[in-house]
Structure formats: C-alpha cells, structure tokens
Design a protein around this ligand. Sequence first.
Ligand code: G6P
Length: 487
Amino acid sequence: RTQLRGDEVIVVSNREPYTHEVNDGELVVRRPASGLVTAVEPVMRACSGTWIAHGSGSGDRKAVDRHDRVALPPGQQDYLLRRIWLTPEQEQGYYYGFANEGLWPLCHVAHVRPVFREGDWEHYRAVNQLFADAVVAEARSEDPVVLVQDYHFALLPAMVRRRLPRATILTFWHIPWPNPESFGICPWRSEILEGMLGSTILGFHTRFHCKNFIETVDRYLEARIEHEHSTISFGGEQTLVEAYPISIEWPSPEAAREWPSPGQCRAEVFERLGIPHAHRVAVGVDRFDYTKGILERLNAVERMLEKYPEWRDRITFVQVAAPSRSALEEYRSFRERIERATERINARFGRPEAPVIRLLAQHHEHEEVNKLYRAADVCLVTSLHDGMNLVCKEFVAARDDERGVLILSRFAGAAREMPEALIVNPYHVEETADALQQALTMPPAEQRERMASLRSTVHEFNVYRWAGRMLTDAARLRLRQRVSERV
Ligand code: G6P
C-alpha cells in the first residue's frame, strides 16, 4: 500500500473475485476457484481502487447488478467491483475460443493442440477493446496504475497506452510462456506481442518464462532488447520484463487460531466421507483441467497399490475437482476420462463401502478445502505444466502442526521455491508411485523438518511480497518519468 500512496489503482481481469447469485430471493456470494483470484484479491483489499472483471453470474444479472457496479460482501467494501457483461457470442469467441482453446494450450505444454479461429480472434480483440474503454472510463487521473491480469488481455495494454500515455501499466501473465517455436504457431503472434509491449512492466512467475518471452520478441518483432536490464524498447515505449513469483496470503495468527485442530479436521473429513478409521488420506485439489495431471496422479495411486500391496485397503485418495470451462468439449471429455479411471481403480482395489479414490467433482469453499488439507497425510500436486500453482502453497500454510508431506511436480513454477517437497516428474508413473510410498512411510521428524522449511519460505515470500516487488518497481519507474518530464 505504501508504494502507491495517493495513486489510483485499477485491476483488470477476466475472472471476477466474487460471484453474486440470487437464489430464492437470497444473495449468495462465492469465491471462484482461480489462482489469480486467490492471489490478487488480498492485494486489492490492501490497495483499494477499482476492479474491472467479466460478469459471469449469467441469467440473474438484473437481480444482482442494477447499476453495473456491485458491492462486495459485508466487510469487504475496500474496493469497487465493476462488471463487464458480454454477449454469449463474445463469451464464446473471446473466453472459450481464443483464450481457452487458443492461448491456454499454446502456453501450456500439455499436448492439447491449440485451436485458432478467425471469429474467436475478432471477439478477443473486441472484448479487449471493451475492457480498455472501461479502464479509460473508470480512470479519474491521467496516470493511474493499471494492473492487467493474464492471457485474456494480451491486447489491452497497448490499447490503454494509446489513450492514457502516462498510465503505469503492470501486466502479469499467470500462465507459462512457451519457447519461440511453440508460440510462433499462433497466427496473430505479432499482434499479441505488440499488445503486451504496451505495458510498463510485464511480469512472469519465473526467469525462464521471461527468457522465453524475450526470445519470442527477438524472433518476431523489430524491437531493441537490453538483456542486461531486461528491458524491451518497441514503438517508442520501454517495457521491463521481470520475474515475480506469485504466492498466497499467509494466514494471520488470529485466523489460524480459529481453525479446528488437525485431529478435529480428520474426524470431520473421515465422518463426512465415510473413510475407514485405519486409512491414511492423500488429497489433490484442482480445477478440472487437463493441465493438472489428474489422470497421471490416479495412475500413480494405482501403480503404488500394485507395487506396495501392504497399502491395499489402507489408503483413500480424495480428489477435489472444481468443474471448469465445461462448455468446451476438451474439458468434458477430460472429466469423463477421469471418471472412467476412478471407476477402474475402485473396481480393482476398493470395496464398494471403501473406495480407494473419492472424486468430489464440485466447487468447495476455502474453509472446507483447508479442513481437507489439515486432515491429510499427503498432498499431491502433479501439474503437467503450471505457471506457479498455489495449491501447494495453501497446503503448506494450512499445516501449522508441521505434519503432512507435499508431492510436487517439477513442471510447476512452485517447484523452484519448494525443493523440500518430494519433487516428481508426473509423466513418470513409477517415480510418482514411489514418492507416494516414501511420503506414506516418512518419519514424523523428517516431515516436520521439511514442512517447517517450506512454511518459512511461503510465509516470507507471500503474496504481499509479490505485489510489493512489482509496485516498488512501478513506483521507481513513475518517479523516473516525473523527473524526466521536469527536465
Ligand atoms: C488459471 C488462470 C486464471 C483463471 C483460472 C480459473 O489460474 O491463470 O486466469 O481465472 O485459471 O479459470 P477460469 O477460466 O475458470 O477463470
């Protein structure tokens, strides 16, 4: 907050931080499952300002939102939420089409072929313009700080830059950036890069993604790159390209004091799911997305039971999978494959009253997920490719008893910060199965040692550190701009 004293902050993201729905006359407020929302919302609560997002609570728009501006839940009045409502065609083309069938698989190396359609691109461009217009309309000063979030808005930075040349535009790309060859198959690669270079600062999770981006620009645009300062000059503007690893809000001691003890969490979870008392519990928490390695994880559980028969009828694996982008065929068929694998493994190793795999295919609120984390012996994060992944950080934050083992994919950005986890290649089923066996037999002292170290990292490098570093860089660049204007 101190870095931005007196400055105006505007956030732009596709996903809204809260959905409001009216059910039987009652307002129901929910937090969507999104790493972006988990990270940016606490920052926005601290900065205040305006958050512009796509309104997704379709159908009840009128009941919820008469003035196109929505109040936050009680106690959360620190910033204003301005929703942009899209037509079904715009949502289809911009969100499902170009963003999620084009850019999402393009940037994740998950072997799902990206699809590029001219019509989706037109909608993507038009919706970026719509949001850019909203930024300009909301801005009260000529030099606001605009925080642009993610791959839904690659074109928006340059659009805002043209209209508000003195704005400080910070764009954060929450997903990986691929190498130039992979990115080069996008028919609109130059437009995307030019759009992003409207940013004052362009942030990625890791140095590796920054390097890929700079190499991509080098390959496809006539731009000046200063490797030493990690800046790109293009069209008279300069963009700083930096790594800012995203994180979570570390729970306050007051909040943590309110949590039920791990023993109580365990009793509750076992009771609710009917898990036999003698069982150990492993958990996975994801959106239902093909990048998360859920199938590979199930195969590893199966392989572990083949290879280490002593665990048969002694372990339950609980997979929370929040439905995501289900209007897309790729997501629907992925879900079916997971359901089939679950049935197969349960038929092979489970009993009807004690299945091995419990697939909970619905949205869970954070409080319930936190209980599950505290009840678990092991947490599995096996993404095939992930910008950062915040589930592993939330698991660690939940374990103030310093117990539980984290198994983490080497292909999640988080693996670089969390080497005390058991790091695996999720494509290697044998290795993941062995890691599961190692986790289940790990002595408490070793669990404690690893967990204590992980906790101190995530505590220190929390989401305020992420935002703080970016905003400090922004403040420095703003000062430089003011000084140079005075000369
Ligand atoms: C990833 C993306 C976010 C997105 C989230 C949920 O974390 O980086 O931008 O909000 O997935 O996906 P959804 O399409 O439901 O918003």
